[in-house]
Design a protein around this ligand. Structure first.
Ligand SMILES: NC(=O)c1ccc[n+]([C@@H]2O[C@H](COP(=O)([O-])OP(=O)(O)OC[C@H]3O[C@@H](n4cnc5c(N)ncnc54)[C@H](O)[C@@H]3O)[C@@H](O)[C@H]2O)c1
Length: 397
């Protein structure tokens, strides 16, 4: 433990609130020193809850004379890379919400900045720390699925309610759909899968190629047509982004990942659909948020007399039996959704305190985030297969 706690500035005060649930467990190691958000109402709520913190409406003013030595970037997506780079250039460590960057130039700029400044940079991919994701990781490491060769990660979450601001203008989530094509917001779907396949900057494999396919039912236009009069300015918008985008990613060791992103289709959400197949077993998460997952494991699950797999077991029994040791650290956390956040923040704090690489380092952060620009490139080239750069440049020596 360091002599003094990390003084954190929260940048973007809505999602930024997630740190609050973990603060009691990180007393003496992490404290919030500042909030930065252009919205006065967001600042008012923070100041009411944390009277001692400094408030900023302007990010450059925060960095000019910072009352902090780290920032948690939780602002709109397109600001993440530039705000992270500015913070590291000002001597701060960075925890950044997903995704880390939306362009290839920004992916490389993040790598360059971390290598030049030596600051800690971690992407806040909380799905890696979910109970089932960690249990599957534990089982993978014990060889229970055998040799892995196929995985799925889907993020299916209808964001339509987000698209219209209270003043009738288009929210930034909606604007992204107007301006961009591609597999956006891919890291919830990819993060846990990359951990299971050990396709990480310090792992035995790495993400190697991507080809992407998209389709549209004009869901957003339908959504707006149902809610807005015909002469409303938003009714004239045309949305560039596919309603559903599927990327097929291969790894250097010829494993395959099917990665689907869909945040406009009208359906109950499934923000963490995963599947994993190995030579000895299979895992499937639930079909919608809250439905228990399934697993079939050779030697443990129902098997027919001829040796073929019979029926899946509920994954809950395996999640308990093979609970990841880290999950036990969160048993006294009151809110279920705070548990992964605590583990993620603990990893960030430890990396800063010890000056060791964080659990999700800059190389993995940008490799997972690069799916967005690379998928857009693939779609623009009739679903061509595109190489994913080796951001850690391990093979180059
Ligand atoms: N990991 C997760 O599960 C998860 C969940 C929700 C959101 N997020 C991420 O968090 C980020 C924020 O999402 P949200 O839902 O809170 O969005 P939001 O639009 O509700 O809130 C964004 C906040 O950032 C503020 N902001 C705008 N410009 C800013 C600037 N220049 N500097 C500082 N703050 C600024 C806005 O005033 C607003 O308060 C997004 O990038 C999103 O990807 C992650």
């Amino acid at each position: 433990m360091a002599d003094r706690p990390i003084a954190l500035a929260v940048v973007g005060g809505r999602r930024g609130r997630i740190v609050e649930g973990a603060l009691p467990r990180l007393t003496g190691r992490l404290e919030v020193a500042a909030i930065c958000d252009p919205d006065p109402e967001v600042l008012r709520v923070w100041k009411e809850r944390h009277p001692e913190i400094r408030v900023y409406t302007d990010y450059d003013r925060l960095l000019a004379d910072p009352p902090c030595n780290a920032v948690f970037v939780a602002s709109p997506l397109l600001l993440h890379a530039s705000q992270s780079i500015k913070a590291m250039d000002a001597g701060m460590d960075v925890l950044c919400e997903v995704s880390a960057s939306q362009t290839m130039d920004d992916c490389w700029a993040l790598v360059e900045t971390v290598e030049r400044t030596g600051r800690t940079y971690m992407m806040a991919e909380n799905h890696c720390y979910e109970r089932d994701a960690l249990a599957v990781l534990n089982m993978v490491r014990q060889g229970m699925f055998g040799d892995l060769y196929y995985a799925e990660g889907f993020y299916l979450n209808d964001h339509s309610f987000h698209y219209i601001n209270p003043d009738g203008s288009l929210h930034w989530w909606g604007q992204l759909r107007v301006d961009f094509e591609g597999n956006w917001y891919p890291t919830h779907a990819l993060g846990p899968v990359a951990w299971w396949l050990d396709a990480t900057s310090r792992g035995s494999d790495r993400l190697s190629t991507i080809a992407t396919f998209g389709c549209t039912g004009h869901s957003t236009e339908h959504y707006l047509a149902e809610r807005l009069p015909a002469d409303h300015p938003l009714r004239k918008l045309r949305f560039a982004m596919s309603d559903s985008t599927t990327s097929i990613i291969t790894t250097e060791q010829h494993k395959m990942i099917v990665l689907r992103s869909d945040w406009t289709s009208r359906r109950p959400s499934n923000t963490g659909h995963y599947a994993l197949q190995g030579t000895k077993g299979a895992y499937h998460s639930g079909r919608y948020d809250g439905e228990p997952g399934l697993a079939w494991l050779d030697g443990e699950s129902p098997t027919r007399p001829n040796g073929l797999a019979d029926q899946f077991d509920s994954f809950d029994q395996y999640a308990e039996k093979y609970q990841h040791p880290r999950w036990a650290e969160t048993e006294d956390v009151a809110q279920e959704w705070d548990r992964p956040i605590l583990l993620m923040l603990t990893d960030f704090v430890e990396a800063v305190e010890r000056r060791t690489p964080p659990a999700i380092d800059v190389y993995d952060s940008v490799a997972w985030s690069s799916i967005t620009p690379l998928s857009a490139q693939s779609l623009a080239e009739e679903s061509a297969t595109i190489d994913i750069p080796d951001f850690a440049r391990r093979r180059a020596g």
